[in-house]
Design a protein around this ligand. Structure first.
Ligand code: PNS
Length: 167
């Protein structure tokens, strides 16, 4: 069985991520989406919320599972019994960073390979950070995320605004 992991922060999952998930789920027999549990990155969504959003968007894909992880990606891959790590490449600006991580991971764990999927051109400009920024300034994010995620972002930002207002 060809098993791969697709690790990331997914704060939150965008249509670009979903495109990679759908394509990777066709290339591999089984795909485990790994949501990084890293509070140091100060995510907008908790790891549980990010896992839940990913479960929702991947529910139609029977060979896709969502888990959270902490620590090294290569250790997570081993725990999952996977020997491939999937990453999306949007533009040449991603390449240097991704190549460095892939090479580092290969030194730490030579049995695990990184497979890059070039992002659909439609989503080449898209990132979780820009989606959050557009939403925070009241812009329309409906072409970047699913309606479920769009709603979750608006709710979260409203809650944040309320808590700042009461401080
Ligand atoms: O969605 P992101 O934030 O670009 O994902 C980055 C991620 C989670 C793939 C990367 O930060 C990662 O692999 N973190 C786990 C720690 C690790 O393995 N570090 C070694 C490579 S830097």
């Amino acid at each position: 069985m060809k098993k791969a992991i697709y690790p990331g922060s997914f704060d939150p999952v965008t249509l670009g991520h979903i495109d990679v998930i759908e394509r990777a789920s066709k290339l591999f027999d089984y795909l485990i989406i790994g949501v990084l549990n890293n509070r140091a990155k100060n995510p907008l969504f908790s790891v549980e919320e990010r896992v839940s959003m990913l479960e929702k968007v991947s529910e139609a894909l029977p060979n896709v599972e969502v888990r959270s992880f902490g620590g090294l990606t290569v250790d997570f891959a081993k725990d999952c019994g996977a020997n491939a790590v999937v990453r999306g490449l949007r533009a040449v600006t991603d390449f240097e960073y991704e190549l460095q991580i892939a090479q580092l991971n290969r030194v730490i764990s030579p049995v695990i390979d990184t497979v890059f999927l070039t992002t659909n051109l439609k989503y080449a400009y898209l990132s979780s950070s820009t989606v959050k920024e557009v939403a925070a300034f009241g812009g329309d994010i409906s072409s970047f995320v699913t309606p479920y995620v769009e709603n979750a972002i608006h709710k979260k930002l409203a809650k944040k605004r309320d808590s700042l207002g009461t401080e």
